[in-house]
Design a binder for this molecule. Sequence first.
Ligand SMILES: CC(C)(COP(=O)(O)OP(=O)(O)OC[C@H]1O[C@@H](n2cnc3c(N)ncnc32)[C@H](O)[C@@H]1OP(=O)(O)O)[C@@H](O)C(=O)NCCC(=O)NCCS
Length: 215
Amino acid sequence: MSIPHSELPFYVRPMQLADVPAVMAIEHTAFSLPWPESAYRHEITQNELAYYYVLGFRSPAAPQPAHPSSWWRRIRGRLRQETEPPREVILGYGGFWMMVDEAHISTLAIRQDVRGRGLGEFLLLGLLDEARRLGAQLATLEVRVSNTVARALYTKYGFRETGRRIAYYHDNNEDAILMTTPAFTVGNYWQMIEAHRAALMARLTQQLQEGWQVA
Ligand SMILES: CC(C)(COP(=O)(O)OP(=O)(O)OC[C@H]1O[C@@H](n2cnc3c(N)ncnc32)[C@H](O)[C@@H]1OP(=O)(O)O)[C@@H](O)C(=O)NCCC(=O)NCCS
C-alpha cells in the first residue's frame, strides 16, 4: 500500500500553552540546561518576536472494539461506523525569533525514542518554511561545539559556521558555534531545500510502509 506524501501523519503547527507540558517532558531529556516551563509560556504569550511550533503525529482513527456483551453497542455500531478519534502525540518542537529579516532558531528538539528517523529534518523544514513565509531572508542559530548530530543536521541544510561565542554555555563553559544559512532567495539554496524535502518525504513514507510504529 502506498501512502501519498500529503497523507503523512506528521505535521508542524504553532505551539499552544496546552502543549507546554509535553514540550517540557522532551526538553528535560534533550538539554543539559533545560529552559523552565515559564520560558515557553513567556515565549508563546509575551514575546512578539517569537514563533514556536510543535511536531505532531496523528495516529489513524482506530475502529472501536464492539463490546461483546452489549447488544445495544453492537446494534449502534452497525448503524454508524464507530471509531476512536485520532490521537495527537507531540514528537518534537522548535522555535525562532524574527530579528528583522533573520530567523534566529532558538531551540529544536525531537523526542529521544524517535530520533534518527528524519523527524529533526521534518521539523527544521517546518521552521524554515515558516521563517520564509514570515519574510526572513536567512536563518541563524547557535549550537554546542560537541553537538555533532545537530551540527550535521544544520550542515545538511546549508548552515555554515559564521562565528563562535566563547564559553557560551555556563554548565561546562563550552563554546557555541554560530551557524547561518545563505540567503533563501539567492542562488539555488531553496532548490536544495526542496530536494531534501522530496527525499525526506520518500524516506518517511517508506519507514511507515515498513511498519514503523510511533507510540
Ligand atoms: C538534533 C536533533 C533535533 C536531530 O533530530 P533527529 O530526528 O535525530 O535527526 P534526523 O533523523 O532528522 O537526521 C537528520 C540529519 O541529522 C544528522 N544526524 C542524525 N542523527 C545522527 C547521528 N546519530 N550521528 C550523526 N549525524 C546524525 C544527519 O545529518 C542526518 O541526516 P542523514 O539522515 O541524511 O544522515 C535531535 O538529535 C535532538 O533532539 N537532539 C537533542 C536536542 C538538540 O541537541 N537540539 C539541537 C540544539 S542546537
